[in-house]
Design a binder for this molecule. Structure first.
Ligand SMILES: Cc1cc2nc3c(=O)[nH]c(=O)nc-3n(C[C@H](O)[C@H](O)[C@H](O)COP(=O)(O)OP(=O)(O)OC[C@H]3O[C@@H](n4cnc5c(N)ncnc54)[C@H](O)[C@@H]3O)c2cc1C
Length: 380
């Protein structure tokens, strides 16, 4: 069997590796270079932003994926010699009197229900742990087991693993449609006239999957949600845990750098960072974590999250086109969900039923825009 994977982000590349491990020939077809778009740009937080806002099936999928991370990390680092800087830095949510939403009760209930260890801290305990935070906070919740990784390193490791496994990669080849045999998918057509024949096709085109689906003859509700990020030059120890607030999050890296993110902009494919949005992130930082003020901005960048109206990925076969599969719409959680996506999709495509009920994520499910985890109503 030969599978053509459209899109060389973390979802396409890792699924290709898992397919190859099942002795299936794979070709990843990528418009630019593999591992450069959303998967490179993301913050690498291994926990959904406010997981209690999603249906239970989503937590089951997240739990399954995060449960794979320790083994996955050890394995890929041993194979490639590249550290993905996976660390359990913990995640802390500070609570302020003027918060727009009070997540306290929902967060504790969700954590207890799904067995996520959580600690309640008062102001003093919080500031002892995280002195960069504002003393205006009146309490916080800490999930000490939550981890993070460094996206460019993850992608470098996955690319190296693809090379070792012998996954074929065709870069600078834009897919513009499907090759068909009758109604069934039989490969992909590229803009430069190349045809890549295959028995099955996996659409993993990130934010571009909605457009690609239309070119392939079906509808997929995936749209870009732009996120801008700032990288600060910090010293190790300035901040310890990932700090998450509705207005901004802060991700302290192993080397002391701190990532401040991220805007949520439903503005189509509008490239580039803007002073206005970066200014807002910096203003939120000054309010939530004034101890970070004065740190030099080292870099700014942006990426397009593959958004879906209900905040959840679309996984599985396209029923109207035999041989065509989708793994896309991972929105804010594509790195957290990458291992389980790769495992389930590869086995499913190799002809075994998925070991989890994936009906919540079906490609043709009815999707309504969720006001809390779907597309943002306002631009920022
Ligand atoms: C600012 C920001 C912060 C984030 N933070 C987190 C986080 O903390 N934790 C987390 O889990 N997730 C996070 N994410 C989300 C995560 O990065 C994405 O969900 C994930 O990277 C999606 O992976 P992908 O492979 O589907 O998409 P991508 O990485 O975008 O890959 C899709 C690929 O398809 C290619 N492609 C598109 N069209 C074509 C075509 N016609 N032909 C061939 N190739 C094509 C593209 O060039 C691209 O390489 C964040 C994202 C952003 C932008």
């Amino acid at each position: 069997m030969h599978v053509a994977v459209v899109g060389g982000g973390i979802i396409g590349c890792l699924t290709a590796c898992y397919l190859k491990q099942l002795d299936i020939d794979v070709t990843v077809v990528e418009r630019g270079e593999t591992g450069r778009e959303s998967s490179w740009a993301g913050a690498g937080i291994l926990c959904p932003i406010h997981p209690w806002l999603y249906p239970d099936a989503f937590t089951h999928l997240i739990d399954a994926s995060l449960g794979m991370y320790p083994g996955f990390q050890a394995d890929i680092e041993a194979k490639t010699g590249i550290s993905i800087e996976w660390v359990r830095s913990g995640l802390l949510i500070p609570f302020f009197d003027d918060d727009k939403t009070d997540h306290w009760q929902a967060a504790i209930e969700w954590s207890n229900r799904f067995g996520w260890q959580v600690e309640e801290l008062d102001t003093k305990q919080t500031l002892e742990r995280e002195p960069a935070l504002s003393p205006r906070l009146h309490r916080s919740l800490l999930w000490p087991e939550v981890g993070q990784l460094r996206n460019p390193r993850l992608l470098a490791a996955v690319r190296a693993w693809m090379g070792q496994l012998g996954v074929a990669t065709v870069e600078h080849a834009e897919v513009i449609g499907l090759l068909k045999q009758g109604d069934a998918a039989a490969g992909v057509v590229c803009a430069d006239g190349r045809n890549i024949e295959s028995d099955q096709v996996l659409l993993a085109g990130g934010s571009w999957s909605g457009e690609l689906a239309r070119q392939m003859g079906f509808e997929l509700p995936v749209e870009p949600v732009k996120g801008q990020i700032v990288l600060l030059k910090g010293e190790p120890g300035v901040m310890h845990a990932i700090v998450k607030h509705d207005d901004a999050y802060f991700v302290p890296r192993v080397d002391g750098r701190i990532l401040v993110g991220a805007s949520m902009e439903h503005v189509g494919f509008k490239p580039g960072t803007t002073d206005e949005v970066i200014g807002r992130l910096m203003a939120s930082m000054a309010r939530i974590a004034p101890g970070l003020k004065g740190l030099e901005i080292e870099e700014k960048w942006m990426g397009f999250r593959p958004g879906s109206p209900d905040g959840m990925p679309l996984l599985g076969p396209v029923t109207s086109i035999p041989g065509l599969w989708v793994a896309s719409g991972h929105y804010r959680n594509g790195v957290a969900l990458a291992p389980i996506t790769a495992k389930l999709m590869s086995r499913w495509m190799a002809d075994s039923e998925p070991e989890m009920d994936l009906s919540t994520f079906a490609v043709d499910r009815p999707v309504n825009n969720s006001p809390s985890v779907g597309f943002p109503n306002v631009a920022l």
